[in-house]
Each structure stands twice: as structure tokens, then as C-alpha cells.
Write a protein that binds this ligand. Structure first.
Ligand SMILES: [Mn+2]
Length: 237
């Protein structure tokens, strides 16, 4: 039987319910790219994280609510949608473990912000407060998209294969000060950071948009294909 690389996917919760939430789109995109998706619960003892990581060939950090700004020395913005503190604690510990193992990693939206803050960077808490920036949030039922310019020699740029794409946009926060070892590899025309990577890793790539919701478009399936390809490299090396 042909085996697929196992790709862990982080989960969220909605409205404080004692249940995990995971948009189908993340698992569909991983499956479509050739991976075997596996949802990871976060209400577990952090000492169990290494056992999860032992199982995985790659990992996807998903979107969600806002990180506690105390992580980068600020206080909550009035428009913040606060993340479940248990999720934040779990994901920071999980990210530290997968980083230690150099496991192929794709971070989306909150995941991108998490990676940046984990590396000592900071966030803009509310893009509409910034001068000269466009609307990056979803407002009403309008599916908002904007251009994203990719660095041609970056891993993300190479995987996508073009230097400009049309990306969807659902965020009110964005990377401000870039964390240690991270390179900005994608930006919007108004200068918002839309992608990061650590070039010293087999794959540690983050995007601020939601490619999983556009996975029927080749340039948005590409980050998932890169994740699966790198996960296979690690598995069958
Ligand atoms: Mn955006």
C-alpha cells in the first residue's frame, strides 16, 4: 500500500465551547496535496507533545484568534479577539518542539503571527490603525483579495513559481518587527508582511493569507504541495 506522509494540523475552539474546531479546508488541502491529515487536540499535557511530533512527517499551524500581546510586551487592543490561552500555550510549545526537530512546517494566518512572536518578533494589533494601509479584513460577505509579491529566490516563491499572486485576506493583525532568523518573502502592495520563512530550515514557511480556501488554484495549493514534498523527503531519506 502506498503510504502518505502524516501531516499534523492544529485545532481551534469556537465561542468557548468544550469542543475542537477545524475548518474542513485545511484537511482537504493537505489531502489534495498528497498528505494524510491528522487533527491535533490542544487540551493535553504539554509533556505529550514529543510523542505527537514523533508520529508526524510535517505540520500545519492553522488560523485563529489573536495572540496575547504580552508575548511581545504590549497590552490587549480593544478590537482583539482573544485566543484560548490553552491553545496559545500548546502551540508555542509544539512550535518549539517541531523547530528543534526541524520538521517541515507550514504556518497560516495566526500560525504566521505565532512563528514571528515565537522568534521574538512583534505584531501590529490592528491594521486599520496604521496610516496608508488597505482593508485586510473580511467585511460583510465580500471575499476580499489583494496582490501578494513573492521573493523569487525564496522557498515559497520557488514553490509557487511566480512572483505575484492574488491572495485572499482575512486578518486584522500583521507582522511588525520580524523575528530572529526570519526572512520576509511575501508582501502586499501597501507594505503588509504576508509571508516569512527561515532559509536555514528544510521548510519553515509562513503565510498571512488563507491558501487552504483557494486550494483549487495551483498557486494556493503550492504551499501544501511543498509541505508534503518536504515531509516525504524527511520520511524516506
Ligand atoms: Mn492581507
Amino acid at each position: 500500500m502506498k503510504t502518505r506522509p502524516l501531516i499534523g494540523i492544529t485545532t481551534d475552539t469556537v465561542d468557548g465551547k468544550p469542543a475542537y474546531y477545524l475548518s474542513h479546508a485545511y484537511a482537504f488541502a493537505v489531502e489534495k496535496a498528497g498528505g494524510l491529515p491528522l487533527a491535533i487536540p490542544y487540551q493535553i499535557d504539554l509533556s505529550l507533545i514529543p510523542q505527537y511530533v514523533d508520529l508526524l512527517d510535517g505540520i500545519l499551524f492553522t488560523g485563529g484568534d489573536d495572540l496575547d500581546p504580552a508575548l511581545y510586551g504590549k497590552t490587549w487592543h480593544p478590537n482583539a479577539g482573544r485566543i484560548d490561552p490553552a491553545r496559545q500555550k500548546f502551540e508555542l510549545a509544539l512550535l518549539a518542539e517541531v523547530e528543534k526537530r526541524r520538521l517541515p512546517t507550514l504556518c497560516i494566518c495566526l500560525g504566521c503571527q505565532l512563528l514571528n512572536v515565537h522568534r521574538g518578533g512583534s505584531l501590529h494589533q490592528f491594521i486599520p490603525d496604521l496610516e496608508g494601509k488597505k482593508e485586510h479584513r473580511k467585511v460583510g460577505e465580500v471575499l476580499r483579495r489583494h496582490a501578494v509579491k513573492l521573493e523569487a529566490d525564496s522557498q515559497l516563491g520557488q514553490a509557487i513559481g511566480v512572483t505575484e499572486i492574488s491572495a485572499n485576506t482575512y486578518h486584522k493583525q500583521a507582522v511588525n518587527i520580524v523575528g530572529r532568523g526570519l526572512r520576509v518573502v511575501a508582501t502586499s502592495p501597501d507594505g503588509i508582511i504576508e509571508g516569512l520563512e527561515d532559509p536555514s530550515f528544510p521548510m519553515l514557511v509562513a503565510v498571512q493569507w488563507h491558501p487552504e480556501r483557494l486550494a483549487d488554484e495551483a498557486e494556493h495549493l503550492a504551499p501544501f504541495k511543498l509541505l508534503v514534498e518536504k515531509a516525504i523527503d524527511g520520511k524516506f531519506f
